[in-house]
Design a protein around this ligand. Structure first.
Ligand code: B16
Ligand code: MG
Length: 217
């Protein structure tokens, strides 16, 4: 297997299961439009920015909103999301992540975060993981949402590592496409029928940590 010099982690759904809180917050918003947001719908929202997510939900619900209400709903969604995550602690770090970060750091592999979330730094701080990341690229410093490769290309360039030496961990179909468009190795965490074009797929991060991690770095 090819060896990599850089690991770029997605946040929500890879490092911590905050994806469920995004889902709950959007489900509440969708119910206001009398739309029952399903888990299947939610796959379309993973890795996608807050604004794009609301646009997708409005399309699903066949609704349109004026700009003022659109903004109000974005604020409400984030309020609800922040409420959900306020009590997360290092115990919420998904299995295998802390061990992998420790292993990569020891091997002097560059570590970066590539998240669509504007709340990424808050979450990393709550998990007490911030110090592992040499570079954090999140929703505050990108112009284009995944599947655009911008988030990962910015990460690799800030770390000074060529894209083909970077490996991305992702739980979203849009994130896997972003990684592949960036010319990186894409490791999908989740069920294989969720993704297109991934290089590897594991049901959870622990399986990857116990298996192929050591071959890929
Ligand atoms: P926020 P990731 C993404 O994070 C989530 O998967 C997606 O569901 C969310 O809409 C997006 O962040 C924006 O999050 O509202 O916190 O800015 O998976 O790219 O780490
Ligand atoms: Mg994710």
């Amino acid at each position: 297997m090819k060896k990599h010099e850089c690991a770029l982690f997605d946040l929500d759904g890879v490092i911590v299961d905050t994806a469920k809180y995004h889902f709950l917050a959007w489900k509440k918003i969708a119910s206001n439009f009398k739309y029952n947001l399903t888990h299947e719908d939610n796959e379309l929202l993973k890795g996608v920015s807050r604004i794009e997510s609301l646009k997708i939900i409005l399309k699903l619900a066949n609704k349109s909103l004026d700009e003022v209400l659109f903004e109000k709903i974005l604020i409400q969604k984030n309020k609800d999301y922040l409420n959900f995550i306020q009590n997360i602690t290092p115990e919420d770090i998904l299995p295998g992540i802390s061990e992998a970060l420790f292993y990569l750091k020891k091997k002097q592999i560059k570590i970066g975060l590539g998240s669509a979330s504007k709340n990424a730094k808050i979450v990393l701080d709550l998990l007490e993981l911030t110090s592992y990341f040499e570079v954090i690229i999140d929703g505050n410093n990108i112009n284009r949402s995944k599947p655009d490769p911008e988030v990962f290309l910015r990460g690799s360039s800030a770390l000074g590592i060529a894209p083909d030496k970077c490996l991305v961990f992702e739980d979203s179909a849009s994130g896997i496409l972003a990684a592949k468009t960036a010319g990186m190795t894409a490791v999908a965490i989740g069920s294989p029928d969720t993704f297109l074009k991934e290089d590897f797929c594991y049901p959870n991060f622990l399986t990857f940590f116990k298996g192929d991690l050591h071959q890929l770095f």
